[in-house]
Design a protein around this ligand. Structure first.
Ligand code: SF4
Length: 363
Protein backbone atom coordinates (compact mmCIF):
# COMPACT_ATOMS: atom_id res chain seq x y z
CA UNK A 1 0.00 0.00 0.00
CA UNK A 2 1.28 3.52 -0.76
CA UNK A 3 2.05 5.40 2.43
CA UNK A 4 -0.19 8.44 3.00
CA UNK A 5 1.79 11.69 2.52
CA UNK A 6 2.48 13.40 5.81
CA UNK A 7 0.82 16.78 6.29
CA UNK A 8 3.06 19.68 7.17
CA UNK A 9 0.58 21.12 9.64
CA UNK A 10 2.34 23.58 11.93
CA UNK A 11 2.12 22.62 15.56
CA UNK A 12 -1.03 24.49 16.58
CA UNK A 13 -2.45 25.74 13.28
CA UNK A 14 -5.11 23.06 12.88
CA UNK A 15 -6.18 23.29 16.51
CA UNK A 16 -6.59 27.09 16.12
CA UNK A 17 -8.80 26.77 13.05
CA UNK A 18 -12.33 28.05 13.87
CA UNK A 19 -14.38 25.27 15.44
CA UNK A 20 -18.17 25.07 15.48
CA UNK A 21 -19.56 27.17 18.36
CA UNK A 22 -19.88 24.86 21.36
CA UNK A 23 -21.76 25.16 24.57
CA UNK A 24 -19.90 24.51 27.82
CA UNK A 25 -18.46 20.97 28.08
CA UNK A 26 -20.23 19.85 31.30
CA UNK A 27 -18.22 16.64 31.71
CA UNK A 28 -14.98 18.63 31.85
CA UNK A 29 -16.10 20.93 34.69
CA UNK A 30 -15.26 20.48 38.37
CA UNK A 31 -18.10 20.42 40.93
CA UNK A 32 -17.21 24.03 41.88
CA UNK A 33 -17.37 25.14 38.23
CA UNK A 34 -20.75 23.44 37.86
CA UNK A 35 -21.96 25.34 40.93
CA UNK A 36 -20.89 28.60 39.22
CA UNK A 37 -22.97 27.99 36.07
CA UNK A 38 -25.70 30.56 35.41
CA UNK A 39 -28.27 27.75 35.27
CA UNK A 40 -27.60 26.92 38.94
CA UNK A 41 -28.05 30.51 40.15
CA UNK A 42 -30.25 30.35 43.21
CA UNK A 43 -30.29 26.52 43.26
CA UNK A 44 -29.33 24.79 46.54
CA UNK A 45 -25.59 24.07 46.82
CA UNK A 46 -26.06 20.28 46.75
CA UNK A 47 -27.41 20.39 43.16
CA UNK A 48 -23.91 20.85 41.71
CA UNK A 49 -22.64 17.80 43.62
CA UNK A 50 -25.66 15.84 42.36
CA UNK A 51 -24.89 16.77 38.74
CA UNK A 52 -21.22 15.84 39.23
CA UNK A 53 -22.17 12.42 40.63
CA UNK A 54 -24.58 11.76 37.75
CA UNK A 55 -21.81 12.47 35.28
CA UNK A 56 -18.89 10.67 36.90
CA UNK A 57 -20.50 7.88 38.95
CA UNK A 58 -23.65 7.07 37.02
CA UNK A 59 -21.96 7.99 33.71
CA UNK A 60 -25.06 9.91 32.57
CA UNK A 61 -24.98 10.78 28.88
CA UNK A 62 -27.85 13.29 28.99
CA UNK A 63 -29.52 15.75 31.33
CA UNK A 64 -32.74 13.78 30.83
CA UNK A 65 -31.12 10.83 32.65
CA UNK A 66 -30.59 12.95 35.81
CA UNK A 67 -33.97 11.98 37.19
CA UNK A 68 -33.69 13.54 40.66
CA UNK A 69 -33.01 17.04 39.29
CA UNK A 70 -36.02 19.37 38.92
CA UNK A 71 -37.20 19.54 35.29
CA UNK A 72 -36.86 23.30 35.27
CA UNK A 73 -33.21 23.08 36.33
CA UNK A 74 -32.47 20.49 33.65
CA UNK A 75 -34.05 22.72 31.04
CA UNK A 76 -31.94 25.74 32.16
CA UNK A 77 -28.80 23.59 32.03
CA UNK A 78 -29.76 22.40 28.57
CA UNK A 79 -29.51 25.97 27.28
CA UNK A 80 -26.01 26.41 28.68
CA UNK A 81 -24.10 23.13 28.51
CA UNK A 82 -23.58 20.00 26.47
CA UNK A 83 -22.46 16.52 27.47
CA UNK A 84 -19.89 14.91 25.20
CA UNK A 85 -21.07 11.84 23.31
CA UNK A 86 -19.23 9.25 21.24
CA UNK A 87 -21.05 6.68 19.13
CA UNK A 88 -19.41 3.31 18.57
CA UNK A 89 -19.03 2.90 14.80
CA UNK A 90 -17.56 -0.56 15.21
CA UNK A 91 -15.65 -2.77 17.63
CA UNK A 92 -12.86 -5.13 16.64
CA UNK A 93 -11.63 -7.93 18.87
CA UNK A 94 -8.04 -9.18 18.80
CA UNK A 95 -7.12 -12.82 19.26
CA UNK A 96 -5.33 -11.74 22.50
CA UNK A 97 -8.65 -10.42 23.92
CA UNK A 98 -8.02 -6.69 23.35
CA UNK A 99 -10.89 -4.71 21.85
CA UNK A 100 -10.58 -1.62 19.68
CA UNK A 101 -13.57 0.75 19.56
CA UNK A 102 -13.84 3.13 16.61
CA UNK A 103 -15.81 6.14 17.89
CA UNK A 104 -17.62 8.97 16.11
CA UNK A 105 -17.72 12.29 17.98
CA UNK A 106 -20.56 14.82 17.81
CA UNK A 107 -18.94 16.69 14.87
CA UNK A 108 -18.39 13.47 12.90
CA UNK A 109 -14.64 13.18 13.67
CA UNK A 110 -13.40 9.69 14.43
CA UNK A 111 -11.05 8.50 17.20
CA UNK A 112 -10.16 5.12 18.65
CA UNK A 113 -9.81 3.64 22.14
CA UNK A 114 -8.44 0.22 23.02
CA UNK A 115 -9.34 -2.05 25.95
CA UNK A 116 -6.41 -4.29 26.88
CA UNK A 117 -6.99 -7.45 28.92
CA UNK A 118 -3.97 -8.73 30.90
CA UNK A 119 -4.47 -11.18 33.78
CA UNK A 120 -6.49 -9.21 36.36
CA UNK A 121 -5.75 -5.83 34.73
CA UNK A 122 -8.23 -4.10 32.43
CA UNK A 123 -6.52 -1.10 30.88
CA UNK A 124 -8.15 1.42 28.57
CA UNK A 125 -5.92 3.32 26.14
CA UNK A 126 -7.66 6.58 25.22
CA UNK A 127 -7.14 9.30 22.61
CA UNK A 128 -6.62 12.98 23.44
CA UNK A 129 -6.65 14.44 19.90
CA UNK A 130 -8.05 13.68 16.47
CA UNK A 131 -4.77 12.83 14.71
CA UNK A 132 -1.54 14.35 16.02
CA UNK A 133 0.75 17.26 15.12
CA UNK A 134 3.97 15.71 16.44
CA UNK A 135 4.48 13.52 13.38
CA UNK A 136 6.68 10.73 14.76
CA UNK A 137 7.77 8.92 11.60
CA UNK A 138 7.02 5.45 13.01
CA UNK A 139 3.42 6.23 14.04
CA UNK A 140 0.22 5.82 11.99
CA UNK A 141 -1.60 8.57 13.94
CA UNK A 142 1.07 11.13 13.11
CA UNK A 143 0.76 10.40 9.36
CA UNK A 144 -2.51 12.33 9.04
CA UNK A 145 -1.49 15.43 11.01
CA UNK A 146 -3.68 17.12 13.62
CA UNK A 147 -7.46 17.30 13.15
CA UNK A 148 -8.31 18.95 16.45
CA UNK A 149 -7.92 18.70 20.21
CA UNK A 150 -10.48 16.62 22.12
CA UNK A 151 -12.37 18.29 24.95
CA UNK A 152 -11.98 16.94 28.49
CA UNK A 153 -15.50 15.56 28.13
CA UNK A 154 -14.58 13.67 24.96
CA UNK A 155 -11.58 12.12 26.75
CA UNK A 156 -13.74 11.11 29.73
CA UNK A 157 -16.57 9.83 27.52
CA UNK A 158 -14.19 7.22 26.07
CA UNK A 159 -13.46 5.98 29.61
CA UNK A 160 -17.02 5.90 30.91
CA UNK A 161 -18.51 4.30 27.78
CA UNK A 162 -15.78 1.65 27.63
CA UNK A 163 -16.29 0.88 31.30
CA UNK A 164 -20.02 0.47 30.73
CA UNK A 165 -19.46 -1.86 27.75
CA UNK A 166 -16.98 -3.91 29.80
CA UNK A 167 -19.38 -4.29 32.73
CA UNK A 168 -22.23 -5.24 30.39
CA UNK A 169 -20.23 -7.82 28.46
CA UNK A 170 -18.20 -9.23 31.38
CA UNK A 171 -20.23 -8.83 34.59
CA UNK A 172 -17.99 -8.39 37.63
CA UNK A 173 -15.14 -6.82 35.66
CA UNK A 174 -14.11 -3.17 36.03
CA UNK A 175 -11.55 -0.93 34.43
CA UNK A 176 -8.42 -0.94 36.57
CA UNK A 177 -6.12 1.40 34.62
CA UNK A 178 -6.32 4.20 32.07
CA UNK A 179 -3.43 5.20 29.83
CA UNK A 180 -3.40 8.34 27.68
CA UNK A 181 -1.43 6.73 24.88
CA UNK A 182 -4.01 6.54 22.10
CA UNK A 183 -4.28 9.03 19.24
CA UNK A 184 -2.65 12.38 19.95
CA UNK A 185 -0.08 13.99 22.23
CA UNK A 186 -1.77 14.55 25.62
CA UNK A 187 0.48 17.42 26.69
CA UNK A 188 -0.11 19.31 23.43
CA UNK A 189 -3.75 19.34 24.63
CA UNK A 190 -2.69 20.12 28.19
CA UNK A 191 -5.75 21.91 29.59
CA UNK A 192 -8.29 19.28 28.48
CA UNK A 193 -5.98 16.43 29.51
CA UNK A 194 -5.49 17.87 32.99
CA UNK A 195 -9.20 18.50 33.45
CA UNK A 196 -9.95 14.91 32.46
CA UNK A 197 -7.34 13.59 34.92
CA UNK A 198 -8.67 15.79 37.74
CA UNK A 199 -12.24 14.54 37.23
CA UNK A 200 -11.20 10.90 36.85
CA UNK A 201 -9.37 11.02 40.18
CA UNK A 202 -12.00 13.12 42.04
CA UNK A 203 -13.26 11.28 45.13
CA UNK A 204 -16.80 12.51 44.48
CA UNK A 205 -16.62 11.06 40.97
CA UNK A 206 -14.89 8.01 39.49
CA UNK A 207 -12.19 8.15 42.18
CA UNK A 208 -9.49 6.37 40.18
CA UNK A 209 -6.11 6.36 41.95
CA UNK A 210 -3.52 8.56 40.14
CA UNK A 211 -1.19 5.54 40.25
CA UNK A 212 -3.57 3.79 37.87
CA UNK A 213 -3.36 6.58 35.31
CA UNK A 214 -0.47 7.04 32.89
CA UNK A 215 0.19 9.97 30.57
CA UNK A 216 2.53 9.25 27.69
CA UNK A 217 4.31 12.19 26.08
CA UNK A 218 6.91 12.75 23.39
CA UNK A 219 8.04 16.12 24.72
CA UNK A 220 6.81 19.42 26.25
CA UNK A 221 9.11 19.60 29.31
CA UNK A 222 7.49 22.79 30.63
CA UNK A 223 4.10 21.05 30.65
CA UNK A 224 5.62 18.06 32.46
CA UNK A 225 6.70 20.65 35.04
CA UNK A 226 3.16 22.11 35.03
CA UNK A 227 1.62 18.70 35.70
CA UNK A 228 4.13 18.12 38.51
CA UNK A 229 3.14 21.41 40.15
CA UNK A 230 -0.61 21.32 39.53
CA UNK A 231 -1.29 17.56 39.68
CA UNK A 232 -2.83 15.09 39.69
CA UNK A 233 0.37 13.11 40.14
CA UNK A 234 -0.25 10.36 37.64
CA UNK A 235 2.43 8.10 36.23
CA UNK A 236 4.38 9.55 33.35
CA UNK A 237 5.89 7.86 30.30
CA UNK A 238 8.33 9.85 28.14
CA UNK A 239 8.83 8.58 24.61
CA UNK A 240 12.55 8.91 23.78
CA UNK A 241 13.20 6.34 20.99
CA UNK A 242 16.72 7.63 20.32
CA UNK A 243 19.79 8.34 22.42
CA UNK A 244 21.19 11.18 20.26
CA UNK A 245 19.49 14.43 19.28
CA UNK A 246 20.50 13.97 15.65
CA UNK A 247 18.61 10.68 15.35
CA UNK A 248 15.71 11.71 17.57
CA UNK A 249 15.06 14.82 15.49
CA UNK A 250 14.74 12.59 12.43
CA UNK A 251 12.29 10.28 14.22
CA UNK A 252 10.37 12.78 16.38
CA UNK A 253 10.58 16.27 14.81
CA UNK A 254 9.48 17.90 18.10
CA UNK A 255 13.01 17.12 19.33
CA UNK A 256 14.22 20.29 17.56
CA UNK A 257 12.34 22.30 20.17
CA UNK A 258 12.76 19.96 23.11
CA UNK A 259 16.01 17.98 22.92
CA UNK A 260 16.75 14.83 24.88
CA UNK A 261 18.53 16.53 27.81
CA UNK A 262 15.48 18.72 28.50
CA UNK A 263 13.23 15.65 28.67
CA UNK A 264 15.55 13.65 30.92
CA UNK A 265 15.74 16.67 33.24
CA UNK A 266 11.93 17.14 33.13
CA UNK A 267 11.47 13.45 33.99
CA UNK A 268 13.84 13.77 36.97
CA UNK A 269 12.00 16.91 38.13
CA UNK A 270 8.63 15.12 37.84
CA UNK A 271 9.88 12.17 39.87
CA UNK A 272 11.45 14.40 42.54
CA UNK A 273 8.38 16.61 42.86
CA UNK A 274 5.63 14.00 42.72
CA UNK A 275 7.37 10.81 43.90
CA UNK A 276 5.46 9.20 41.08
CA UNK A 277 7.08 6.79 38.66
CA UNK A 278 8.52 7.98 35.33
CA UNK A 279 9.26 5.49 32.55
CA UNK A 280 11.10 6.19 29.31
CA UNK A 281 9.77 4.49 26.17
CA UNK A 282 12.00 3.37 23.34
CA UNK A 283 10.37 2.11 20.14
CA UNK A 284 12.82 -0.34 18.56
CA UNK A 285 13.20 0.15 14.79
CA UNK A 286 15.14 -2.34 12.72
CA UNK A 287 18.48 -0.96 11.47
CA UNK A 288 17.71 2.53 12.79
CA UNK A 289 18.09 2.60 16.59
CA UNK A 290 18.67 -1.05 17.57
CA UNK A 291 22.47 -1.44 17.43
CA UNK A 292 24.84 -2.26 20.31
CA UNK A 293 26.12 1.34 20.17
CA UNK A 294 22.55 2.64 20.47
CA UNK A 295 22.04 0.41 23.52
CA UNK A 296 25.31 1.60 25.11
CA UNK A 297 24.45 5.28 24.54
CA UNK A 298 20.95 4.79 25.96
CA UNK A 299 22.42 2.92 28.91
CA UNK A 300 24.77 5.83 29.70
CA UNK A 301 21.90 8.32 29.40
CA UNK A 302 19.38 6.47 31.56
CA UNK A 303 21.43 4.53 34.13
CA UNK A 304 19.19 3.77 37.12
CA UNK A 305 16.01 4.78 35.26
CA UNK A 306 13.13 2.68 33.93
CA UNK A 307 12.91 1.97 30.20
CA UNK A 308 10.15 0.17 28.30
CA UNK A 309 11.40 -1.28 25.01
CA UNK A 310 8.58 -1.47 22.46
CA UNK A 311 9.39 -3.36 19.23
CA UNK A 312 7.72 -1.39 16.43
CA UNK A 313 4.18 -2.40 15.55
CA UNK A 314 4.17 -2.28 11.74
CA UNK A 315 1.39 -0.45 9.86
CA UNK A 316 0.67 0.60 6.27
CA UNK A 317 1.83 4.21 6.76
CA UNK A 318 5.50 3.37 7.22
CA UNK A 319 8.00 0.95 5.70
CA UNK A 320 9.90 0.61 9.01
CA UNK A 321 10.11 -2.80 10.63
CA UNK A 322 10.66 -4.16 14.14
CA UNK A 323 14.03 -5.81 14.87
CA UNK A 324 14.33 -9.61 15.07
CA UNK A 325 13.53 -11.08 18.50
CA UNK A 326 17.24 -11.87 19.13
CA UNK A 327 18.18 -8.21 18.51
CA UNK A 328 15.49 -7.09 20.95
CA UNK A 329 16.87 -9.51 23.56
CA UNK A 330 20.48 -8.32 23.02
CA UNK A 331 19.42 -4.67 23.34
CA UNK A 332 17.46 -5.45 26.51
CA UNK A 333 20.42 -7.33 28.05
CA UNK A 334 22.86 -4.56 27.19
CA UNK A 335 20.62 -1.98 28.91
CA UNK A 336 20.37 -4.13 32.02
CA UNK A 337 24.15 -4.48 32.12
CA UNK A 338 24.37 -0.67 32.03
CA UNK A 339 22.17 -0.43 35.14
CA UNK A 340 18.90 0.46 33.37
CA UNK A 341 15.66 -1.13 34.66
CA UNK A 342 14.62 -2.42 31.25
CA UNK A 343 11.39 -4.21 30.29
CA UNK A 344 10.35 -5.43 26.84
CA UNK A 345 6.71 -4.58 26.11
CA UNK A 346 5.12 -6.70 23.43
CA UNK A 347 2.05 -4.71 22.43
CA UNK A 348 -1.44 -6.19 22.45
CA UNK A 349 -3.92 -5.92 19.59
CA UNK A 350 -1.43 -5.97 16.68
CA UNK A 351 -3.74 -8.10 14.52
CA UNK A 352 -6.51 -5.45 14.62
CA UNK A 353 -4.16 -2.44 14.23
CA UNK A 354 -4.83 -1.49 17.85
CA UNK A 355 -1.27 -1.62 19.21
CA UNK A 356 1.00 1.31 20.12
CA UNK A 357 1.56 3.54 17.07
CA UNK A 358 -1.02 1.77 14.89
CA UNK A 359 -4.15 3.85 15.61
CA UNK A 360 -5.25 5.70 12.50
CA UNK A 361 -9.06 5.97 12.96
CA UNK A 362 -10.26 5.30 9.45
CA UNK A 363 -14.06 5.22 9.61
S1 SF4 B 1 3.68 8.52 18.71
FE1 SF4 B 1 2.25 9.81 19.88
S2 SF4 B 1 3.15 11.87 19.70
FE2 SF4 B 1 4.11 10.63 18.07
S3 SF4 B 1 2.81 11.00 16.26
FE3 SF4 B 1 2.04 9.15 17.31
S4 SF4 B 1 0.38 9.90 18.62
FE4 SF4 B 1 1.64 11.67 18.06
Amino acid sequence: MTPTPRRTTSDDAAARRPQPVRRVDLLGLSADEIAALGALDGAPRFRAAQVFRWLHRQRARSLAAMSNLPLELRSRLDGEVEIAVADVLREERSEDGSTKAVLRLADGRVVESVLIREKSKRTLCVSTQVGCAVGCVFCATGAAGLGRHLTAGEILRQVYDAEERLERESPGERLTNVVLMGMGEPLHNFEATRRALVNLTARAGRGLSPRRLTVSTSGYPERIGGLAREGPHVRLAISLTAATDELRTRLIPLNRRYPIASLVEAGAYYERTTRSRVTFEYVLLQGINDSRDDARRLGRLLRGRRVNLIPLNPHPYSTMKPPADETVELFHRSLKESGVISTVRWSKGRDIQAACGQLAARS
